[in-house]
Structures are given as C-alpha cells and as structure tokens.
Ligand binder design. Structure first.
Ligand code: DGL
Length: 278
C-alpha cells in the first residue's frame, strides 16, 4: 500500500456534514469526498441497488488509492457496509478498510437522552433495515426507540431547497408525526447525513426540551479513535491537509451547493461510476 487520502462517501451532499467535522477534528489528513449525486437519493432504493451503488463507489475511491473509506451515509451503512466488509473486501484487498456511521452514533446516544425515549428520523431504507433499533437494543436494551422516515428531506437538500419555504411543510410534518407516535421522546437522532442541512428548520419545529443529535462530531471522534488504535492503517493515510471533491453529476452544480454547505469555495471534478464491478 502507498499513502493516500481518506475516502469519504455519500449518495450526494449529505456526507459533507460529516466531512466538515472530520476536517475540523483531523485537519492534518488528506480527504477525497465522493458524492454519487447522479444516483441520489439512495433512501428509497432496494437493498440490492444500494449495495451495488455503494460497492461501485467504494471501488472508485480505492481506484484513487484510498486505503480507508468512511461511508458517510446511513443508508449505505445500513444496507451495504456489512456485506462489503465481510464478502467484498477479502477479495478486493484485505488490507483496506471501510467504516460506517451507525455504530458510532448509537454508542454515543446514551450521553444525549435523559429518559431513554429516542426518536430516529432517517431514510425509508434505513428505517426499514431497523439497523438503529437493533443496534440500540444491543447496547441500551432499556431504551424505547421510534423510527420514522422523512423521505422528502433528501430531495429538498439535493435540489438546493433546504432554505426554501417548501421545506417548512415537510419538516413540520415529519417531526410532528414522530412526536405523536411517542410524545415522551427527549432525543431526536438525525440518522441521515443530509438532515443537518435542514437543522435550523428542524429545530424550529421541535419543542425546546427535545434534543437533536447530528452525527458529524460523533463520527469524527470515532474516526480519530480508530486511527489511534490502528497505526497500521493510519500510516497509509496521507497528511497534506487537502480535500478533493468528486461527483458523478455536474461538477458546477456540485460546487455551488457544496460551497454553501462547506462555507468555503469548493472545486469539484466529475467522475464516472461503473456499477457493474468496475
Ligand atoms: N445521506 C444518506 C444517509 O445518511 C442518504 C440519503 C439518500 O440518498 O437518500 O442516509
């Protein structure tokens, strides 16, 4: 293996909310961000399709040399991570690593909720996988978990409508549906990396006593711990403090939205992703 950037993958813009915190927490490393904007959203797609798309994107990041890839996407983490780790990596390259976002999020939930009533807002795919309730049951069996999908939120973000008035309707609707199902919820986990891009509106329609957890800091802390514990991987992560952005859609469109979300000017390149094993 040779030194290379850490790969950060999402179906679209959502993973930028994770990248922001990873860059802040671990500024010395290089990163390659890949957004599969041409195929987003993933959240309404079947298990097999999300797995195929995610594997193709992981292979693409490997082709750029990445030795470590973070799936900064809950849908991909729920539907593809385990199969990629257990079935694909041993054939592709047993020395490379792929990590997800669900386990580190669940591990830190205990610090955020007082009464153990947790609301999970996520894509349909993540909700249907029940990954969150299964993982929470392992670590915190006493907790009461309600999972609800918020299917319109990702399209609003991908289409640059997160600040628009149309977003208010769907934010209020999904938050109130969740809280009606369990009025005792004192923590809402935004279990989709796109959702922090709607944070201000979500906060506005959520009662003040309910905490809202986003994943960026938690995932960044988990990655820092992982690198500490795995010097054999860490030594192959290049350290030039540079981030490169790749998208499967129009790079100019990506640049304009990503620059807003990242709070700095972003330059992106288009990359083709071959879903059939390439
Ligand atoms: N940002 C992704 C997630 O965390 C996927 C959103 C989508 O493409 O539907 O689930």
């Amino acid at each position: 293996m040779t030194e290379a950037p850490i790969g950060i993958f999402d179906s679209g813009y959502g993973g930028l909310t994770i990248l922001r915190d990873i860059e802040r927490r671990l500024p010395k490393y290089d990163y390659i961000y890949l957004g599969d904007n041409a195929r987003a959203p993933y959240g309404t797609r079947s298990f097999d399709v999300v797995y195929d798309f995610t594997l193709a994107c992981v292979r693409k990041l490997f082709s750029y040399g990445c030795n470590l890839v973070v799936l900064a996407c809950n849908t991909a983490s729920a539907k593809a991570l385990r199969t990629i780790q257990q079935n694909d990596l041993p054939h592709i390259d047993p020395d490379r690593r792929v990590l997800g976002v669900i386990r580190p999020t669940v591990e830190s939930i205990g610090a955020y909720s007082h009464n153990g009533h947790i609301g999970i807002l996520a894509t349909q795919g993540t909700v249907q996988s029940h990954s969150y309730s299964l993982e929470i049951a392992k670590l915190f069996p006493e907790m009461h978990v309600t999972e609800h999908p918020a299917p319109m939120w990702v399209p609003l973000v991908e289409n640059g409508e997160s600040d628009g008035p149309g977003a208010d309707y769907f934010v209020r609707k999904y938050v109130s549906n969740l809280l009606k199902t369990d009025p005792l919820i004192d923590l809402i986990v935004l279990a989709c990396t796109h959702y922090p891009l709607l944070y201000d509106k979500i906060r506005r329609y959520t009662p003040p006593h309910v905490r809202i957890m986003t994943q960026g800091e938690t995932v960044a802390d988990a990655l820092a711990l992982y690198l500490d514990r795995h010097p054999d991987i860490e030594c192959y992560c290049s350290k030039g403090s540079e981030t490169r952005f790749l998208t499967s859609e129009n790079p100019r469109k990506f640049e304009s939205l990503a620059s807003i979300f990242m709070g700095r000017s972003v330059t992106a390149q288009r990359t083709d992703i071959c879903v059939c094993g390439g």
